[in-house]
Design a binder for this molecule. Structure first.
Ligand code: UD1
Length: 418
């Protein structure tokens, strides 16, 4: 199994181009099932999760061509299967996003239940509640969710019980081809939802209010092919800003949209970073030891759960004490135990709070990645630790971070894969 070896203690400095957003690309790829015509995507990141989604689309019978760079073309003229199998869904929950498009265009679909995952239960009840409100029949058999609406979906008013990114996306996609108007209340407002809404509109859908908590979709007869460039990855951007800040470094990020990074930039400034932004770029300069900063995760525009672990790693070497509160997922502190192996002093209080007592320095040790974002927190810790840190199970990192060794090396880090 591949490992990452980091010789820590180097200040990161340089410039970096941010990749396209994984969390926008996945729903957009699923949405390409909504049309028989060709969809051409640009700025797609090269990641294992994208590979998993392409495998799923091909398994359904779509034609998916990856140009080996950042272009992907999908044509889902005729499908041979309407079922997303367990072996793909279990490696990536976002596979569940094909159910909305299958139901909308083909009147039915079957997707394996995602089941438990490393960061908590993560149910899909809100997706199913919305499909049912639109007239779909929902059943479960042998671990699969089966949804059917042979006569087509009808527009509906859906008030979600919890703010869910994937649920909002699945229902938006389903509603594009439903008869009449759908109103989604308590919708998630993440920038990736805005990107999906813009993509759907480029295909001929009539979506409005995306980016607010009420999304309105007027159903249309059919959607057509289009070209579309995927938005920049705000999680990758924020992750590198945090990593650089933790090493007291300096960086210029390009290919990024600073407007999507508000909460993270604000917390980094409180930690002591100098930050400048412009259209398509962000610069960060951290001259002193970071100050400890409380963070509390929340749906957008709050502090993203996907950057909690990385920020916590920076807090581990910051000056002072702070509290990190995780409100989105249960059990998303598995990195704490690993970071403590490097000499950090982090105490868990219940399932949603970590008290961080900043220490001057960390010392290298072997550690193990537990989930996608948590694994980058170990990279942050390894970059600041004295000595050689080895991170095991880095397949988690490759799900969501493109060319991590190349990008870190370009900033002067000493990182290799073995
Ligand atoms: C997406 C992101 C993930 C991010 C998360 C929260 C993608 C591919 N993944 O995941 O990186 O961490 O948003 O920002 O975009 N919930 C329910 N019932 C449901 C659906 C969700 O109770 O039907 C709960 C979940 O258990 C969780 C919370 O709602 O506690 C948020 O989950 P959700 O926003 O749906 O996350 P994902 O879309 O899976």
């Amino acid at each position: 199994m591949e490992k990452l070896v980091i010789d820590g203690g180097k200040r990161l400095e340089g410039s970096l181009r941010v990749s396209g957003a994984k969390n926008a690309a996945l729903p957009i790829l699923a949405a390409s099932l909504l049309t028989a015509e060709r969809v051409a995507l640009g700025n797609a990141p090269r990641l294992n999760d994208i590979g998993t989604m392409l495998k799923l689309l091909r398994g359904l019978g779509a034609d998916a061509v990856d140009d080996g760079n950042s272009g992907i073309e999908i044509t889902a003229a005729n499908l041979s299967e309407l079922r997303a199998p367990y072996d793909l869904v279990k490696t990536m929950r976002a596979s569940f996003l094909v159910l909305g498009p299958l139901l909308a265009r083909f009147g039915g679909g079957e997707v394996s239940l995602p089941g438990g995952c490393a960061i908590g239960a993560r149910p899909v009840d809100q997706h199913l509640k919305g499909f049912a409100a639109m007239g779909a029949e929902i059943g479960m058999r042998d671990g699969y969710v089966r949804a059917s609406a042979p006569g087509g979906l009808r527009g509906a008013e859906v008030e979600m019980d919890t703010v869910t990114v994937g649920g909002t996306e699945n229902l938006m996609m389903a509603a594009t081809l439903a008869e009449g108007k759908t109103v989604l209340r308590r919708a998630a407002r993440e920038p990736e939802i805005v990107d999906l809404g813009n993509f759907l509109n480029a295909m001929g859908a009539r979506v409005s209010g995306h980016g607010t908590s009420t999304v309105v979709i007027d159903g249309v007869e059919q959607l057509g092919g289009t070209g579309y460039a995927i938005m920049p990855d705000r999680v990758e951007a924020g992750t590198y800003l945090i990593a650089v800040a933790a090493t007291r470094g300096r960086v210029r990020l390009t290919g990024v949209d600073p407007r999507t990074l508000g909460a993270v930039l604000e917390r980094l400034m409180v930690a002591g970073a100098d930050i400048r932004t412009g259209k398509g770029w962000v610069e960060l300069d951290m001259r002193a030891r970071p100050r400890a900063v409380d963070i509390e995760t929340a749906p957008y525009p709050g502090f993203p759960t996907d950057m909690q672990a990385q920020f916590l790693a920076m807090n581990a070497i910051a000056e002072g004490d702070c509290r990190v509160t995780e409100n989105i997922f249960e059990n998303r502190f598995m990195h704490v135990q690993e970071i403590n192996r490097l000499g950090a002093r982090i105490e868990l209080r219940g399932r949603s709070t970590a008290l961080v007592h900043g220490v001057e320095r960390l010392r290298a040790a072997p550690v193990m990645a537990t989930d996608l974002r948590a694994s980058f927190s170990l990279v942050v810790a390894g970059l600041v630790a004295e000595g050689r840190t080895t991170i095991d199970r880095i397949y988690h990192i490759d799900r969501g971070y493109e060319a991590i060794e190349d990008k870190l090396s370009a900033l002067g880090a000493d990182v290799r894969r073995i």
